[in-house]
Design a protein. Structure first.
Length: 153
């Protein structure tokens, strides 16, 4: 039996301090190299021997790969909003994601700003922290998201 889909939330359902946790995603060496071959073909993402000679000290996932995994985890229920429409934000990668890591995302609602000119929506500032199985932070995303109010019945 499949896991139940969490209810989707609207602006009216959110409060500052609300926290959400995503499912997990296991990261393999093949995944890292496959993503890198197409989108970020640098030696420390493609070749373990070459990567050992870099500041990473071994094969590391592209930060963009980590960002893509984070987005998938958020969309799949880790941030159960009615829609996830990005308006910009900050992104950092304090530690590399590596083969064998199992990633998840923890999100906290930091600010809610209802729109004055468009009453059907607002902007939500979040902090989405992607962690591995040891609790090491591999990405911090601070997006501003457009979130709609619940439609009138």
């Amino acid at each position: 039996m499949a896991d139940p889909v969490p209810p989707r939330l609207y602006l009216d359902d959110l409060s500052v301090g609300d926290r959400f946790r995503s499912a997990t995603h296991a990261l393999s060496e093949e995944d890292i190299k496959g993503f890198a071959r197409v989108y970020d073909p640098q030696p420390f993402h493609l070749d373990d021997t070459a990567a050992r000679q870099t500041l990473f000290g071994g094969l590391a996932a592209s930060g963009w790969h980590t960002a893509a995994i984070t987005m998938r985890l958020l969309v799949d229920g880790g941030l159960p909003l009615s829609s996830i429409i990005g308006l910009g934000g900050e992104l950092s990668w304090p530690n590399p994601a590596r083969p064998g890591d199992v990633l998840h995302v923890e999100t906290t609602i930091q600010e809610i700003l209802p729109s004055r000119s468009k009453p059907d929506r607002g902007v939500v500032q979040c902090e989405c922290t992607t962690l591995n199985q040891r609790g090491d932070v591999v990405q911090i995303l601070r997006p501003k998201l457009m979130v709609f109010r619940r439609p009138a019945a």
